[in-house]
Ligand binder design. Structure first.
Ligand SMILES: Cc1cc2nc3c(=O)[nH]c(=O)nc-3n(C[C@H](O)[C@H](O)[C@H](O)COP(=O)(O)OP(=O)(O)OC[C@H]3O[C@@H](n4cnc5c(N)ncnc54)[C@H](O)[C@@H]3O)c2cc1C
Length: 416
């Protein structure tokens, strides 16, 4: 069923009894051309683009839980393309362009809101670094504005400009950045893939791989053996675990990242504000809740909930930036398992096992990457060649030293 304003009105008048399930619930077949492991944003987008752009429709997405139950439904929804380094810059630019037409592409409202994202600077040195970053973003063809402190004050008067540790000297604004509705992105890609013939199989965990003579032949799952010519891994926080099943040792650690939402307030923050020095970022949801997050819990974990010391740390950073935050009541918090690489940038590449492809290591930035990642991963799987905007996301860069260390912090996952 194609969605339209007419359909909404028609079904509204008919007591909303005319809607149909958005995707099928098929039984797994014994063989597919391509299996995608993981029904998060990246897996669903990959399946969609495989079918849509390359006509590869004999595809299954195998999801151990329910679609969108992982990080794609747990993130703070920031979408932006203000990366600086060669590799990241082209990729995120490509992804943001796909975001801008995604609702029309999927015929599904992903609620992209280009309300802007401001990265704050707290010293003259940081302002210089922002100016440099802004120039690089312009060279990539994207937008960025360097704001002095007075401009930031005019737009966001409630920030603590004269904080003793973090005085605000200015910032870098990208107006095309913003937020989107996380669930809608998963549901939109799932619906699109299903309509093109992809089987979305929920409650189907991959438990092992069939590999012979260095070639993948299929996977073992909780719902039986499934053969395939090609297998793509998009399991985010479970990357090392699933990689290990195929004998791969990946340069990835799993950590919990928490998010927080306050009670609904009147419109207050009309943009995304990123306070990198305190590792805190905030926006306001359409329902009025202030949505914010901060740093990773500092140790490796597969738990989907976080711990109190990090709650305190994030609250401290929030109060340093925006003291009035102390008056808002926090309603909800949750955690997601993050796949942190050692340079903070992702991997989209073939593996040493023929027919087995890897996509992961998204760190804090995997939501904004969803359409771009799906597009380029589908290209890799269908053609066997890296897409031009993802050529730098090679797995062997951790051996060759050709790292993409966007934050310049080295192998320190929590600082990426
Ligand atoms: C609190 C929080 C805030 C964030 N904020 C942002 C943000 O503002 N902007 C941004 O760009 N990014 C953000 N991120 C990061 C972003 O959400 C992730 O990088 C991205 O969602 C990961 O890709 P995914 O959607 O495919 O992952 P997931 O949704 O986690 O998908 C992976 C799927 O694989 C499945 N799986 C795992 N193992 C198996 C198996 N053995 N068999 C079958 N299936 C399996 C899982 O069940 C899961 O559904 C945030 C993350 C968190 C946790």
């Amino acid at each position: 069923m194609r969605y339209s304003a007419f359909k909404v009105i028609w079904n509204g008048l008919g007591g909303n009894r005319g809607w149909k399930p958005v995707w099928r619930n098929p039984q797994p077949r014994s063989r597919y051309d391509v299996i995608i492991i993981g029904g998060g944003g990246h897996g669903l987008a990959t399946a969609y683009y495989l079918a849509k752009k390359y006509g590869v429709t004999n595809v299954a997405v195998l999801e151990r839980g329910y679609l969108g139950g992982g990080n794609v439904g747990r993130n703070t929804t920031v979408v932006r393309a203000n990366y600086m380094l060669d590799g990241n810059s082209q990729f995120y630019s490509h992804s943001l362009k796909l975001w801008e037409t995604l609702a029309q592409e999927l015929n599904y409202n992903v609620m992209l809101s280009q309300r802007g994202c401001l990265m704050l600077a707290h010293s003259d040195g940081q302002m210089d670094a922002m100016a440099r970053r802004g120039n690089m973003i312009h060279m990539q063809g994207d937008d960025a504005e360097l704001w002095e402190a007075a401009t930031v004050r005019r737009h966001l008067p409630y920030l603590d400009f004269d904080n003793a540790r973090f005085p605000i000297r200015g910032g870098l604004m990208q107006w095309r950045a913003g937020t989107a509705r996380h669930d809608a992105v998963a549901w939109g890609f799932a619906r699109g893939a299903d309509r093109l013939g992809v089987d979305l199989i929920q409650n189907c965990a991959v438990t092992g791989f069939h590999i012979r003579n260095g070639r993948v032949l299929g996977v073992e799952t909780t719902r039986g053996t499934i053969a395939a010519d090609k297998v793509g891994m998009t399991v985010a926080g479970r990357s090392s675990e699933v990689g290990q099943m195929a004998g791969l040792r990946l340069p990835i650690e799993s950590h919990v990242l928490q998010a927080f939402v306050t009670e609904g307030l009147k419109p207050l923050i009309d943009t995304v504000v990123s306070f990198g020095m305190g590792h805190f970022y905030i926006s306001q949801s359409d329902k009025g809740g202030l949505v914010y997050g901060g740093d990773l819990d500092g140790y490796n974990s597969y738990a989907q909930r976080g711990n109190l010391p990090m709650v305190e740390h994030v609250a401290e950073a929030g109060m340093a930036l925006m003291p009035m935050l102390g008056k808002a009541r926090m309603l909800r918090s949750w955690g997601g398992i993050m796949d942190m690489t050692m340079d903070g940038s992702p991997i989209i590449d073939k593996t040493p096992i023929e027919g087995l492809y890897f996509n992961g290591g998204w760190c804090y930035g995997g939501f904004k990457a969803v359409p771009g990642s799906g597009d380029v991963f589908a290209h890799l799987i269908a053609t066997g060649r890296s897409h031009e905007v993802a050529e730098k996301y090679r797995i062997d860069r951790f051996q060759t030293g050709d790292l993409i260390d966007e934050e310049g912090t080295g192998a320190t996952p929590n600082l990426h």
